[in-house]
Design a binder for this molecule. Sequence first.
Ligand code: PLP
Length: 402
Amino acid sequence: MSDRNVLSVPVTRNALHGGALREVAFAPSAAIPASATGVITIDLAQLRANWRALAMHVAPAGCAAVVKADAYGLGAARIVPALYQAGCRNFFVATFDEAAAALKYAPGATVYILDGVMPGAARDIAALGARPVLTSLGEVDAWAALAAEDEAAPPAALHVDTGLHRLGMAEDELEALVADDALMARLDFAVVMSHLACADEASHAMNRQQLDTFKRLRAKLPRARASLAASDGLMLGRSFHFDLVRPGYALYGGQANADLKTPVSPVVQVSARILQVQDVPAGGAIGYSATYRAATPRRIATVAAGYADGVFRHASAANGETGGAVIVRGQKAPVVGRVSMDLITVDITDIDGPPPVRGDYVDLVGPRLPLEAVGAGARTIGYEVLTRLGHRFHRHYVDNSD
Ligand SMILES: *Cc1c(COP(=O)(O)O)cnc(C)c1O
């Protein structure tokens, strides 16, 4: 592939976070209404570049895309077609409804349902044309029951447990399954998969243990494509790639592996506007329950973003703790006082430059505040930040591919 989108991924093609950092947090665009109080900007060209970069990284293994939870909160209606356009043909979702959406936005794609077959739902999944990821003999039986005389049921995947003990068939059940010739004749396993517990830590002993177990278990279904790695696991080396990798978070610009930089760039920027700036005297309380008191005179900006927009209540630091922050004029301003439904209060006393005013945008996620940092500021992870972004902010999809 000589596509320049792929070759220049980390350096020049990122409309949001690449190149020179913007000093003003968010450059308003004609596409954003003046009345907007917050904007989530999603760069579809960078999303496609990320998928291609991961696909190149793992080739000749295939690269699927995990688009569960409405494409990690970014909107399956826009994300799925963009990934299909990039060349992705295999999608993983959690639920039936998500599969229906994925197939609507990418007709002809192969869509796997990680939650498998709920009792009584096999026929609906088959009618939809999706493939369940089966985890138990009960589910396997229900799926095999769809088989017509002398024919297999539609293709499915099998999830085997290699040590995560979350979803997946145990080894003894798998042995019983493959020993049952009559049952196996009615099944067509396209994919055999498992999931890693500690792939974000490259040196964790469980990675090697699960790899060895997976090699042993997948050998029992030699015709199925094998899939083990998600975003973090695909950075652990070729031996983890097998036939198909299943990244989600990395597609959206997340750095899932704490030790190894994934070859992707951010796709999402979240900005919200200042509603009011006020000077709080020494001793003044800020926010509900007066959890924060100004020790010295402070300048506080109230920003139109709250927990309804995905700001975590844990992002607010009481006195003496460090919590979350936002970026104001390229500088970090701490969240002080309780996060409320619609509002946060940030301390802008030490921000250099012209004083911030009502209407200015500040970044909640952006070039100087990656998802992982936002997660750390709220004692959670970037994944949760991404999937909890609210639906009140204006969603602005950009595509600078031309
Ligand atoms: C969510 C999920 C993935 C994708 O994980 P990321 O870390 O977002 O890449 C892959 N496989 C399974 C089984 C999952 O549940």
